[in-house]
Design a binder for this molecule. Structure first.
Ligand code: ADP
Length: 370
């Protein structure tokens, strides 16, 4: 039968192992042969034992393992055509012409480029006598399907990415821990969370943890944000709150594009000459604990359903179908055009850069009032 390979690429996220398990087992169940590419595109470029055949029991127990057990990497060689040529050669040598890739928008962009170039790459391999015409004959087209693995939930076209709800749960847990000590000492904490250009983690954690104030990149506060923040926090203190939690997304900035730092907020909360507050303030950068640990139930469920659908999409694909990625929209697993989603995702970053915040929020499709 057909040989279908699974790969994880870019930043790791909880739930990737669930996706691998679902893809491998669905491939086998459909009578095809399942392969894993280890170490992301690096494995495709290097080949050898980084491309391995997988059996049903090879992925046993993977649902409850965090990260990705087949490794992930950033691969400079794959940005260049010679790297992709080598990757194509390794695919043909292993008899693989269909790939499911779980990664962020960078990884999926690379995948679509690889698919578009495929016929040319194959031709070049024959011209350079790296492979014979006979060897490449069965591999006219490359089928690729994307799964979005990211803790940031930064991909357009899908309501949730694999891993974002696990990271959110971890943040909430950590904020709960911090709150206990904050409350005991009547302290303020400025907590920085991940998300790159996306404020989803900070915003959702703010709601879920009852934070006093939240900063996200898509909707910077008005120019008098210092006074506004201090006023809100002073009011919360006045009604008896013994703890203060300010959440800041790593990409947060003001309306003029200047980064807002945790240090800056700490000074505002602790130096009475600034806004009249003199709170004992600490900074906690949550860092990589947000990506760690096992996937929450939702990410296990999402990665499993999407993994099954990814294999269905591979088996349905014709050379004419544009590369799909598997999304979830209003609780339904869907197939969507990959290229459009990547373009839309980049548009948000562009809107933020151009300080067009209304457009950024609209593209994020988030209702958010002050
Ligand atoms: P993410 O997938 O999490 O967004 P990156 O942007 O770092 O992470 O992409 C992961 C890898 O995907 C890169 O190291 C590179 O090998 C490949 N890649 C990313 N963008 C491209 C591109 N435009 N063309 C070719 N390969 C790419």
């Amino acid at each position: 039968g057909k040989r279908i390979a699974m790969m994880t690429s870019g930043g790791d996220s909880p739930g990737m192992n669930g996706a691998i398990r679902a893809v491998i087992r669905t491939v086998i169940e459909r009578g095809c042969e399942a392969y894993c590419i280890y170490e992301g595109y690096e494995g495709l470029v290097q080949g050898g034992n980084l491309i391995r055949k997988m059996g049903w029991s090879d992925v046993r127990g993977w649902l409850s393992e965090g990260g990705t057990l087949i490794g992930t990497a950033r691969c400079m060689a794959f940005y260049e055509r010679p790297g992709r040529l080598q990757a194509a050669k390794n695919m043909v040598l292993n008899g693989i012409d269909a790939l499911v890739i779980c990664g962020g928008d960078g990884s999926l962009t690379g995948a679509d480029k690889f698919r578009a170039e495929w016929p040319g790459l194959i031709e070049e391999l024959v011209q350079k006598k790296e492979l014979t015409a006979q060897q490449v004959a069965p591999y006219k087209h490359l089928n690729i399907v994307g799964l979005v693995g990211s803790i940031d939930n930064d991909m357009s076209g899908t309501d949730a990415t694999i891993g974002c709800f696990s990271a959110l749960a971890r943040i909430c847990e950590m904020v709960d821990y911090i709150e206990a000590t904050a409350s005991s000492h009547s302290r303020a904490f400025v907590i920085e969370v991940m998300g790159r250009h996306c404020g989803w983690l900070a915003l959702m954690a703010g709601v879920a943890c009852g934070a006093d104030f939240v900063f996200i990149p898509e909707k910077p506060r008005a120019d008098d944000w210092q006074q506004e923040m201090c006023k809100v926090i002073a009011e919360h203190r006045k009604i008896g709150k013994r703890k203060t939690i300010v959440l800041i997304a790593e990409g947060a900035h003001d309306r003029h594009g200047n980064k807002i730092s945790a240090e800056q907020i700490k000074v505002l909360l602790s130096d009475p000459t600034k806004c009249g507050l003199s709170l004992d303030t600490r900074i906690t950068t949550l860092g990589h604990v947000q990506r760690g640990g096992t996937a929450v139930a939702y990410d296990r469920y999402l990665s499993t359903l999407q993994g099954v659908e990814a294999v269905n999409a591979i088996l349905d694909a014709t050379p004419e179908t544009p590369t799909p990625f598997i999304a979830i929209n209003e609780n339904k697993i869907t197939r969507k055009p990959l290229v459009q989603a990547v373009i839309d995702t980049k548009e948000v970053a562009k809107a933020i850069e151009a300080q067009d915040y209304d457009r950024a929020m609209k593209l994020r499709d988030t209702e958010f009032s002050d």
